[in-house]
Design a protein around this ligand. Structure first.
Ligand code: NAD
Length: 276
């Protein structure tokens, strides 16, 4: 018996796919045969990933948009359906801290920090999920996958808003799964551990990276392509009985104890931040 993971004939949309984990997910879905709409805030990044997919023999279109904007999200989904005829797989990958925000002690966060970070993570994800679910309901169903974070299972100091917003997405997945399941829509989240994307490389000190590796059971970080393979599997028929779950992909980091607030790497990271 041969087991195949095949997305031929399906169309997919990946948000924030111009870099990092999203870029790799878009490439892997295309390798599995899906036609992929590549979203990013930065049109040049989206176009570059489309060109990469082209070179690998896949099919993709750029759908640049700011996913914090309701109307832009609706237009992005409409463009995808217009180009491909349907939307079968949606990966809502955007997250992290918005430009200008940094991790800092809980007592230092003010209302604007809360609103901005919740907007960039929970609100943005919900806006995308709503627009995607609407077209899937009108079509033949589909799969909506959110990228959350290992911070939801093993919080680290100074990331309280981000972790709370991501944890809320894990819960949103359960509500959406209950409501949308009868329409043939599966809703899932995957929660990555630390992955060396450009954003992480720029933000973390070497000491912090070493501390993460040392406290992780598999003694390593997670690779972009490992998350992309997982997303490709979760979106496939091989996973067709799974909905309403978040799957932790963190090399076992959730089994370790949370780092103390006086962690040296973290303390270095805060130097130069707007922490009080
Ligand atoms: N890298 C990690 O260690 C890690 C760990 C756990 C969870 N995650 C989660 O994985 C996801 C991807 O992380 P990453 O490190 O690959 O991110 P990244 O910063 O490398 O890439 C994110 C991309 O999203 C785009 N983007 C940002 N805001 C946007 C918006 N409003 N509209 C459209 N595009 C926008 C950016 O231009 C960028 O190209 C995020 O949800 C993050 O929270 C990452």
């Amino acid at each position: 018996m041969t087991i195949t993971l095949d997305h031929t004939g399906r169309s997919a949309l990946v948000t924030g796919a111009g870099a990092g984990i999203g870029r790799e997910i878009a490439r892997w879905l295309a390798r599995a045969g899906a036609r992929v709409a590549v979203n990013d805030l930065d049109p040049e990044r989206a176009t570059a990933v489309v060109a990469e997919i082209d070179r690998e023999g896949g099919e993709a279109i750029p759908v640049p948009a700011d996913c914090r904007d309701d109307e832009a999200v609706d237009a992005m989904v409409a463009t995808t359906v217009e180009a491909f005829g349907s939307l079968d797989i949606a990966v809502n990958n955007i997250g992290m801290l918005p430009a200008g925000r940094r991790p800092k002690p809980f007592v230092s966060y003010r209302g604007d920090d809360w609103r901005d970070i919740v907007d960039q993570n929970l609100t943005l994800a919900a806006l995308c999920g709503r627009a995607e679910a609407e077209v899937m309901q009108a079509g033949a169903g589909g799969v909506i996958l959110f990228v959350t974070s290992g911070e939801t299972t093993r919080p680290s100091p100074y990331n309280s808003i981000y972790a709370a917003a991501k944890a809320a997405i894990n819960h949103l997945v359960t509500s959406m799964a209950v409501e949308l399941g009868p329409d043939g829509i599966r809703v899932l989240a995957m929660a990555p551990g630390t992955t060396m994307t450009e954003t992480v490389a720029a933000a973390f000190t070497p000491e912090r990276m070493d501390a993460i590796v040392a406290s992780t059971p598999l003694r390593r970080m997670v690779e972009h392509d490992e998350l992309a393979r997982l997303a490709t599997f979760l979106a496939s028929d091989l996973a067709r009985c799974i909905t309403g779950q978040f799957i932790v992909a963190d090399a076992g980091a959730f089994l370790s104890r949370s780092r103390p607030a006086n962690d040296e790497g973290l303390t270095n990271q805060l130097k130069g931040s707007n922490a009080r």
